[in-house]
Write a protein that binds this ligand. Structure first.
Ligand SMILES: Cc1cc2nc3c(=O)[nH]c(=O)nc-3n(C[C@H](O)[C@H](O)[C@H](O)COP(=O)(O)OP(=O)(O)OC[C@H]3O[C@@H](n4cnc5c(N)ncnc54)[C@H](O)[C@@H]3O)c2cc1C
Length: 422
């Protein structure tokens, strides 16, 4: 049976979060553009502080990365903490590292507080070494984490095999602060929690323009507008407002989900349910969902000409990692866009008077997006920029964005075409 070009998370979503598009001219304390983790967390926390808030979402809740990702709730960023401090300077680096080390606590506590049904599992993540260079990299990361009293441990090859069911790794960094969830259901849960707290979310309401008229922000859509004192622009990689995009490089990432594995296979493959990714330069990931589907992910787009190269790679990857799975079928496949900044650090940029833009999580947005959204809410309430996890900077165009996207796509295609052929 051919695999369907569908997103597993969307197919298994709890609901669709129905709301009406914006009509007419409204006013609120805060207007938020974008209905992903950043915008929804900002909406929830502004509404909880008693402010009136309207969210404008171009499509549906979780249409962007928040409804397409792997679902690994990681602590910190992909960039190791020492490097974060080198890039930002010690004081600012420590502040960002602290805020994001605590991000899984925030995510899992919101899930608990708002009873969000998104299959949260806090059994850690495994960063798996594919070769000796990868193992060296993990040892360096371990030293940096231990220095910061993070409860991270390095597993040997046999322990990694026991946990993953694959003998392809030389070891793995286990981070018990982290975990997995159903990403779209988490976004939908945040949307419901925000609405319950008093936020108004308008789906199918793409913001077409925004500007500050000296007193207020005015955001327009096809059928209405919102004026507000504060603006939070939270569209990340799916932005339709700032064209051409000069803020980040779009990197595509594809995922392939099997039918539920057999009970026997589940005993061997990730029996504890950790989410995994590897040390390869062209990174890949694997995890299981709550019904025991194995989900393999890798850099690449399923919308372009290289689709079949990536599908063939996914088959080879699965067979290489788990040769004991002789019979399987991919039932779902989908891809999404990651907003990657040059230094791989997220940004908060100033849009003008009382407006900020949150973006650039560089593939780590569940914890950071939730954290940045919450911090943006406090900023909206108090105007105090010290509460933000990273300083607001002026927008600075990144260079050669189109070329970099092509480079990532071509690199992934080449790597997937050449990789693991036998
Ligand atoms: C395939 C993939 C795998 C990933 N894996 C992980 C992972 O395992 N762990 C992790 O932490 N992170 C992961 N990420 C990153 C993470 O998904 C994102 O960083 C995060 O979802 C960003 O949330 P956001 O709310 O900022 O943006 P988004 O979720 O992208 O939301 C932005 C929203 O803005 C809307 N929008 C755009 N333009 C307009 C407009 N003009 N008007 C109104 N609305 C507009 C879009 O429709 C969209 O819904 C992954 C990303 C992808 C794509």
């Amino acid at each position: 049976m051919p695999i369907t070009n569908h997103n597993l998370w969307r197919a298994k979503a709890n609901d669709t979060f129905v709301s009406s598009p914006l009509k007419g001219n409204l006013h609120s304390d805060v207007v938020i553009i974008g209905g992903g983790y950043s915008g929804l967390s900002a909406a929830l926390h502004t509404a909880q502080q008693g402010m009136s808030v309207h969210v404008l979402e171009a499509c549906t809740v979780g249409h962007g990365g928040s409804g397409r990702n792997v679902g690994l709730v990681n602590a910190g960023l992909w960039t190791p903490p020492d490097e974060v401090e080198t890039i930002l300077g010690q004081v600012a680096g420590i502040k960002l590292n602290h805020a994001l080390a605590a991000a899984p606590d925030l995510v899992f506590s919101l899930i608990q507080q708002h009873q969000i049904e998104c299959h949260p599992l806090r059994h850690g993540t495994l960063h798996c070494a594919t070769n000796s260079a990868g193992l060296r990299q993990l040892k360096q990361r371990l030293a940096q984490q231990v220095k910061r009293n993070a409860p991270v441990t390095l597993l040997g090859a046999s322990n990694t095999e026991q946990r993953t069911g694959s003998n392809q790794f030389l070891g793995a960094l286990l981070d018990p602060r982290a975990g997995t969830l159903q990403p779209l259901n988490y976004a939908l849960g945040l949307a419901h929690a925000a609405t319950n707290a008093g936020a108004v979310i308008h789906t199918q309401s793409p913001a077409l323009t925004y500007h500050h008229n000296g007193q207020h922000w005015l955001v327009t859509t096809a059928d209405g507008s919102v004026t507000a004192n504060k603006l939070i622009h939270a569209t990340n990689a799916y932005d339709t407002l700032s064209t051409p995009n000069t803020a980040f490089t779009s990197v595509h990432y594809a995922q392939f989900a099997t039918r539920p594995l057999t009970a026997q296979q589940r005993k061997i493959i990730l029996p504890n349910g950790e989410g995994c990714w590897d040390t390869n330069q062209v990174m890949s990931s694997f995890r299981v969902d709550e019904s025991g589907r194995l989900i393999i992910g890798g850099v690449g787009s399923l919308d372009g000409k290289a689709k079949h190269t990536h599908i063939n790679w996914a088959h080879r990857q699965l067979k290489a990692l788990f040769p004991h799975i002789t019979e399987y079928e991919f039932e779902y496949m989908w891809s999404g866009r990651i907003a990657m900044t040059t230094d791989h650090l997220p940004k908060i940029t100033r849009l003008g008077n009382n407006g900020i833009r949150l973006y650039g999580y560089s593939g780590r947005g569940i914890g950071p997006g939730t954290t940045f959204g919450k911090a943006a809410a406090t900023w909206a309430m108090t105007g105090n920029e010290d509460h933000l996890p990273i300083a607001i900077t002026e927008p600075k165009p990144e260079s050669y964005i189109g070329l970099k996207t092509a480079y990532f796509d071509m690199g992934a295609t080449l790597s997937h075409w050449l990789g693991r052929r036998y």
